[in-house]
Structure formats: C-alpha cells, structure tokens
Ligand binder design. Structure first.
Ligand code: PLP
Length: 385
C-alpha cells in the first residue's frame, strides 16, 4: 500500500452522514399551502399521489405519514394476521415492527454478503405452511434478487411486500421499483432520497386494497375531509360519513405534499448526484485493499444510492478516526434479531451476524461536494499512515 506523503487537509466544518437537500422552491411551495388556508390532506396530496404513481409506473399510490405506517397497512391488507412473514434482520426496525403490529410472526432469513439483501435460498428454506408473505428490503436502494424471489413467492402463493424506503428511483431490469410488487412501501423521512417532514407511500394495482388503505389511513372513515368539501363551496361542507372498521391516523398533509412535489421533480437529478458521489468513493477506495465495497452493481440495475457502506475489519476504529476529523459515520443496521424485542424470534443468521460488525456508512447526500468527498477519502487514506 502506498502511504500518502502529504498531511491531511484542514476542514472548517463538520460533515454529517445524511442531510436533506432543498431550495427556495420547497419554501415557496409550502408558503403557497400556508396561504391557501387548507393545510391538511387535500389537493397537493392528490397531485403528489398522481405524480408518484406516474413516476413509479404504478396504477395507484396511497400516501401516508411514514413508511412505518405504509408497512403496517400493506401487511394488514395482505392479511398476514396469525401467520408468518419472512423478512430480513438487516433493516430499520419499522420493517419488522409492522409484522408485530399485525399480530404475525417475523421469520428471519439471512442476507447475501455482496448486496446485504435477502438471500432467496434462505427465504425458500424458511417457508412453512404458516407463511403468508415475504418483506423484501432493497438495502441502500440496490434492488434485491426479485426474479428469484417472485419465482419462490408465486410457487408458494405468498404475497411479496417491497420495503422501498431506500429505493425511490431504483429500477430492476428496466422496471421502476414500485411497479413490480403488489404492494411497495416508500419513505419520505427527512434523510431519505425524496425528503419531506416525514411521509410514506404505498404503490399498488389493486382497487379494493386501494379503497381499504384510504379508509384505514383515515381512522376508518369512508370519505376524506377534502372530498367532503370539494364538490361544494366551503360553506356547504358535508359532515356525513360512516366508519365500518378500525382505522388509524396515518394520513399525510398538504404541507408535506408541497415539499414532496418539488422533491419528486428533482429526484432524478439528486439520485444521479448520489450515484456520482458513490462513484467518487469507489474510485478513491479502490487502491485500499483493507476496505471492501459490499454492494456489487449488477447489469441492468439502477440504485437510488440511498447510502454508501464500506466493509472492513476495524470498523469502530476507522469510525472514531473519521469522527476525530469531523466526519460523521453511521451503521445500518444493528440486526433486528439482536434487539431485546426480537430475541424470541432470533435464529442463526451467519452472514448477517458476520457482516454487520464490519459495516460503516460514510456521508452521502446530494449537497456533499467533490471537495468534501476528497477530504473524507484523504482522512481514510491517512488512517494506516
Ligand atoms: C428500510 C426501512 N424501512 C422502513 C423505514 C421506516 O420509514 P419511516 O421513517 O418513513 O417510517 C425506514 C426508515 O428509516 C427504513 O430505512
């Protein structure tokens, strides 16, 4: 290994792991909603659902206040209660909380070391007569092995729910994520690729599920407030509705949707910048044989590149070294089966258990400059110097 001869550059600010990107356009869009006098779920949300369905090539899109809510309701309409759901442990806990919210049992399958996505062979091994569904997370935005997963699911008549919290703008063999699964769940949490004050979406093509999701997100009411006001002038607001099932308060609002519409328009550009930064890291780290890049890019796959993860033996020490130099790092994720809540569902997951101790997330967000990436690479190169 060639050691750098020159000292580390200086930096006058710290670098976070994630940061939302916005301009005056989001500010204007929110101001318009505030001035309109309709802040709740209304015309901006309807427009966002329409545009998001178009963007993903889905027939329908149902907006929610988070991906956590989306996953909860997607599993509810899929009817998993009392059954088993095959899932990954290498995810944010919301993926698996959604299974528990539905009184179903999470059954953890192992991951593939090169993508950190579910291993189809292990999914197959975990199927029992009680299996109802499979939740597939596209880790970091890189699509899971969907051809094999859908073969298995179709063979055993299981519903696939895609957790696309990282994958807004990803595509698999030319098909956008959101157009493939019967139910795909997206996140618009502030650090996600399409960022709002918090939000989520389910894309789908089943009209019955669409209607049910719209009731469940609005406490079970069969007409939303905007629809009850829309046909008439405001003084003619109709207060009539029925509640036939127990729903939740999971809907979004037009303030978030106003931000979302601007973010959606810019998403191809911000995702391209994310991929550009990943490429800079790839190039810069190539010469360092003690660091590996777990996410291997296959042909005909587009990753939304939500994060940039490296794999190495001295993860904590390199993290501390970067922190010393004002660079934040993250760890995605502590495997869920190691958390107290999930211990009753724990099962040996050798790849997950080996890999997570070696993963480190480096800063990645659209406004990260080439200069900052070069600084981070410089700090990493000096680690062994
Ligand atoms: C893989 C995954 N699933 C689900 C979620 C939950 O998303 P939200 O914060 O929108 O509820 C997250 C958010 O961090 C996530 O990373």
């Amino acid at each position: 290994m060639t050691l750098p001869q020159i000292p580390i550059q200086k930096i006058d600010h710290s670098i976070p792991v994630f940061r939302p990107y916005s301009t005056e356009e989001e500010v204007e869009s929110v101001a318009e909603v505030l001035r309109s006098g309709w802040w709740g779920q209304g015309p901006k949300t309807i427009e966002f659902e329409k545009q998001f369905a178009e963007f993903t090539g889905a027939k329908m899109a149902v907006s929610l206040n988070s991906a956590t809510a989306a996953l909860h309701l997607a599993l509810a309409v899929a009817g998993v209660e009392g059954g088993e759901v095959i899932t990954t442990s290498m995810t944010f806990v919301s993926t698996n909380h959604a299974i528990l919210y539905n009184d179903a049992t999470p059954v953890f399958a192992d991951i593939q070391a090169n993508t950190l996505n579910l291993d189809p062979d292990d999914i197959e091994r975990k199927i029992t007569p009680k299996t109802r569904a499979i939740i597939v997370v596209h880790y970091g935005g890189y699509p899971a092995d969907l051809d094999r997963i859908y073969d298995i699911a179709n063979h055993h008549s299981l519903t696939v729910i895609e957790d696309a919290a990282h994958a807004a703008g990803s595509s698999y063999h030319g098909k956008p994520i959101g157009s493939i699964a019967p139910l795909t769940c997206f996140s618009f949490h502030p650090v996600k690729n399409l960022a709002t004050g918090d939000g989520g979406m389910i894309t789908l093509d089943n009209e019955e599920w669409d209607a049910k999701l719209r009731r469940l997100r609005w406490v079970g009411i069969n007409k939303d407030t905007w629809i009850r006001s829309r046909d008439k002038d405001a003084s003619q607001y109709s207060w009539e509705y029925d509640v036939a099932e127990l729903g939740y308060k999971y809907h979004t609002n037009d303030i978030n949707s106003a931000i979302a519409l601007v973010q959606l328009k810019r998403l191809p550009e911000t995702n391209a910048r994310r991929r550009e930064i990943a490429h800079l890291y790839d190039e810069g780290l190539r010469e360092l044989d003690w660091i590996q890049r777990p996410i291997i890019h296959g042909d005909d796959m587009v990753s939304a590149q939500h994060n940039y993860v490296i794999r190495l033996d001295e993860r904590d020490k390199l993290g501390a070294w970067l922190h010393e130099h004002r660079v934040a790092t993250g760890m995605h994720y502590i495997p869920n089966h190691l958390h107290e809540l999930y211990k009753p569902y724990a099962t040996p997951l050798p790849v997950t258990e080996r890999e997570w101790t070696r993963l480190l997330t480096l800063p990645l967000y659209p406004a990260l400059t080439d200069g900052e990436v070069n600084y981070i690479l410089d700090v990493i190169r000096h680690y062994h110097a």
